[in-house]
Design a protein around this ligand. Structure first.
Ligand code: FUC
Length: 796
């Protein structure tokens, strides 16, 4: 062949074009910012190493085993407890307990604290059947559902192993080679299909042999294989709850045989398992049962059967990334993700800076939220939806004296408002049992919840004090309702759903508060969560009452409704025991000035007014903010995972980015401690689960919220840009954060200074925007963005 010049030029052009295309693709890939965590070895521990996937209804943890893979899974409604366990169950309520209230109050007024505590503990505590080593009989616990094991028959040495969780797409994968055969496993949890999809693939021309079995911690199960579905069903021994899982098995090549409870799949090139599960639980007071779980499972399996694998995968990616991709966070060197996550964490623990790991941790919180809380599901519990036990720590319950609330702190500001709805729905459903508790224990109107809530409407105080007594739970839940409105500006929601719930929570406080000798409204009895003894004025109660009154007042104004009620609330709010600064300059935790400067307790409840509340701020109440800082310094920089995470938020609200960052670094210290430590064990495991210890989701979410607070705040009525930027985050960019009032905020900074700001409004409205000493008012039109430079000048 004769190669002429034009032809050579053409070839060159083709090569250059395709190189250019490749580079473009590479640049695109990079800018897509695929957030992933990955490892060179399988997991050996459920809690510290295995990786979570979830679709809100179900959660699963995969280990990445080579000879045998283990996927432990959950379905959110499988709970022991309730009426099925114990006939006497009635949400913990003690009939007529309120009759003892006057006596407890009298003892308190006379300063007889011990006697008051004894009486309250005996007569005002909630009722369960028994508290045993195996669990709380009559309260119940979230239950592990089962485990899927998949054995692959491969001979020879394994190499090029990689276990990964891509959190940009919510896809887990395990890759390795044996001889010349590559093995690829791919896992995802589809929310639209309510199904967990597990695929095992190999490129062996003869396929591979697989053995699949399902195990459970629950006894007396029926296991059948029919229509290519492994159906495992039974009733919980504890309460008779009916449950079933269905796993559709599909194989490309080879045949499927069922014997001895196991599936044998011969010579398969692609084995796909579609797993769904449900129970007869229904969140309907008072029976909490009645769902046709078999029909639901059949429907889920039918819906996956009628779609191809790639359709399911694409649908899942679209669904998940419609939420996840709203926020993009670039910090530090993204190339660090070429290092396995466990090694990154070790280097981080030894002091090596890795801001992109911090950004990944931020996004991981969002990943865990989307994976465990979607419209139609229950809210994420203490462990999200992941649990491998029948007696998990604290029953893996809904703990309402900080934990469940903290789990939802990042949800609005990080643009996942829809993921808030399960909590709001759950809160709404607690109103029926919560009214009963308000009547029986307090003889008040309204509704109330205390420290521990379950799926069966347990709203009574816990069965031992101090930890059990916390009537502030419902009003604190009310803050979530208000925040949902405040961030979205959705008036219909406020009118039809939110305000009635908040109003009833406020009614309880109007009735429960009593006047002290000085004529101030106080909460009697009260405990500052979990420590410090009984009191007539634990400030957390007062601050929560202030908050629900204040938010209801604002709601009345927005909705132009209930004027008389509003006036009553204003009167009560302004007559609450005023916040006080004590003898060492601290914000008092109790009415009496008795804070101990050496108290390192994990609960920092009296700073509720600083965060998540907004009664105290550096801008509006500088003296109280200073006192809060003194208290916070006293409590120190250590604690459980969630306690450290709370402190990130506190320091951010105090506009001290470097101190907030110090806490973030502390929160991300690698640990392997999986026992229970109530003091100072907070950190992360190699799978980036936050550790109380043990694993608790609140620590992850609290840290994600704290990072958002470092970048944008809007609780004082202005949109404050980079209010607590730490020196360590020299340059970076975040897009898609939300500010109250329906704003979306994109921020870019360099060398510690804002260089570009884009604010988009969902409404025709005005907003004050603040950066450093600069303040500007923006006039926004619905759906339009305004761009600002580093001195807040509008860029036309
Ligand atoms: C509260 C905390 C504990 C733990 C538990 C689930 O009681 O005091 O530290 O987080 O909730």
């Amino acid at each position: 062949m004769i190669l002429n010049r034009p032809f050579l030029l053409f070839c060159l052009a083709v090569v250059l074009f395709s190189c250019g295309k490749k580079q473009e693709k590479k640049a695109l890939e990079e800018s897509k910012n695929i957030d992933k965590i990955w490892y060179n070895q399988p997991a050996t521990s459920w809690m510290t190493e295995a990786l979570p996937i979830g679709n809100g209804y179900m959660g699963a943890m995969f280990f990445g085993g080579v000879d045998e893979e283990r996927i432990q899974f959950n379905e959110e409604t499988l709970w022991s407890g309730g009426k099925g366990e114990w006939d006497g169950y009635n949400g913990g309520n003690r009939e007529g307990a309120y009759k003892y209230l006057p006596e407890v109050r009298r003892l308190l007024n006379e300063g007889k604290f011990d006697e008051a505590h004894q009486l309250a503990n005996k007569e005002l505590s909630g009722v369960i059947k028994a508290s045993t080593k195996e669990g709380w009989v009559g309260f119940g616990a979230y239950q592990a559902f089962g485990d899927v094991y998949v054995k692959t028959d491969h001979q020879g040495e394994k190499k090029n192993y990689r276990r990964q969780l891509n959190i940009s797409d919510a896809i887990g994968s395990v890759d390795y080679e044996v001889g010349s055969v590559t093995y690829h496993c791919e896992y995802f949890a589809s929310y639209p299909k309510r199904t967990i999809v597990l695929r095992f693939e190999n490129n062996n021309p003869d396929g591979s042999d697989y053995e699949v079995r399902q195990t459970s911690l629950h006894k007396n199960l029926d296991v059948v294989f029919k229509d290519n579905q492994l159906i495992v069903s039974g009733n919980l021994a504890n309460n008779g709850m009916g449950f079933e899982s269905r796993m559709l098995v599909e194989s490309v090549g080879g045949e499927i045989n069922f014997s001895d409870g196991k599936l044998f799949v011969k010579a398969s090139k692609k084995l796909t398992l579609y797993l769904t599960a449900a129970t007869d639980y229904q969140n309907e007071y008072p029976s909490y049962t009645g769902r046709d779980y078999e029909a639901l499972n059949k429907k889920s399996i039918a819906s996956v059967k009628s779609a191809s694998y790639s359709d399911l995968l694409n649908e899942h990616k679209r669904d998940y990334s419609s939420l996840y991709s709203r926020v993009n966070f670039q910090l530090g060197n993204a190339k660090n993700d070429a290092i396995p996550t466990d090694e990154r964490l070790k280097a981080y623990a030894s002091g090596k800076p890795d801001p992109s790991l911090e950004a990944l941790y931020f996004q991981y919180g969002r990943y865990l939220m989307i994976s465990s809380s979607r419209p139609g599901t229950l809210p994420a519990n203490l462990q999200g939806k992941w649990n491998n036990k029948t007696n998990p720590p604290w029953a893996s319950d809904y703990h309402a004296n900080i934990n469940i609330q903290m789990i939802y702190w990042p949800v609005e500001v990080t643009n996942l408002s829809e993921c808030h709805l399960p909590l709001i729905e759950y809160i709404d459903k607690l109103r029926d049992p919560g009214r009963k508790t308000a009547q029986e224990f307090f003889n008040t109107r309204g509704w109330v919840v205390n420290t521990m809530n379950n799926t069966f409407g347990f709203t009574a105080p816990g069965w031992s004090f101090p930890w059990g007594f916390f009537p502030g739970g419902a009003a604190w839940y009310g803050r979530h309702i208000w925040e949902h409105y405040d961030f979205t500006g959705d008036k219909d929601f406020l009118q039809n759903k939110g305000y009635p719930i908040m109003k009833e929570a406020a009614l309880f406080w109007l009735d429960y508060l009593t006047k002290d000798q000085e004529g101030h409204l106080v909460s009697s009895p009260s405990y500052s969560p979990e420590q410090g003894g009984i009191s007539t004025g634990a400030y957390m109660d007062i601050e929560i009452a202030w908050d629900i009154f204040n938010n209801c007042i604002k709601a009345c104004e927005v909705l132009d409704t209930d004027d008389a009620f509003k006036q009553q609330l204003i009167g009560a709010r302004d007559n609450l025991l005023p916040l006080r600064i004590g003898k060492w300059g601290q914000l008092q935790e109790w009415k009496e000035d008795r804070d101990d400067p050496d108290n390192k307790h994990r609960h920092v409840s009296h700073l509720y007014a600083l965060h998540p509340g907004n009664q105290i701020s550096v801008a509006d109440t500088p003296e109280l903010a200073e006192a809060a800082k003194v208290s916070l310094k006293g409590r120190g920089d250590d604690g459980t995972g969630w306690s450290i995470a709370w402190k990130i938020n506190f320091w951010s609200r105090l506009l001290d980015g470097n101190h907030a960052y110090k806490l973030l670094k502390r929160a991300m210290q690698l640990t392997s401690d999986d026992g229970v430590n109530m003091m100072d064990g907070g950190g992360v495991y190699t799978n980036l689960f936050s550790t109380h210890p043990p694993f608790q989701l609140d620590g992850n979410m609290g840290a994600t919220a704290g990072m958002a607070e470092m970048l944008v705040q809007s609780h004082t009525g202005t949109i404050h840009i980079l209010p607590a930027l730490p020196d360590a985050w020299l340059s970076g960019k975040i897009t898609g954060l939300k500010a109250r009032g329906g704003f979306t905020v994109d921020i870019e900074w360099e060398n510690g200074k804002l260089i570009n700001l884009l604010v988009t409004s969902a409404y025709d409205t005005k907003a004050m925007i603040k950066y450093g000493v600069n303040m500007v008012e923006g006039n926004f039109s619905k759906g339009k963005s305004i761009q600002f430079d580093g001195s807040l000048k509008i860029i036309e």
